[in-house]
Design a binder for this molecule. Structure first.
Ligand code: ZN
Length: 53
């Protein structure tokens, strides 16, 4: 296991609130909320996904 400040985060669809993606980030290097335009299975199209703990 890697030591350090990388934390698991969940990317949640801003439209339907489905949690579609899990990733990691360094909270010290990236204190702001991440946003990605990714495919949502429930919406069946690309939606903005936002970091959600
Ligand atoms: Zn969605």
């Amino acid at each position: 296991m890697a030591k350090g400040a990388r934390d698991n985060i969940i990317l949640q669809c801003t439209e339907c609130k489905e949690r579609n993606y899990v990733t990691t980030k360094n909270k010290k290097a990236t204190p702001n909320r991440l946003e990605f335009n990714k495919f949502c299975r429930r919406c069946r199209c690309h939606r903005l996904h936002r970091e959600n703990k």
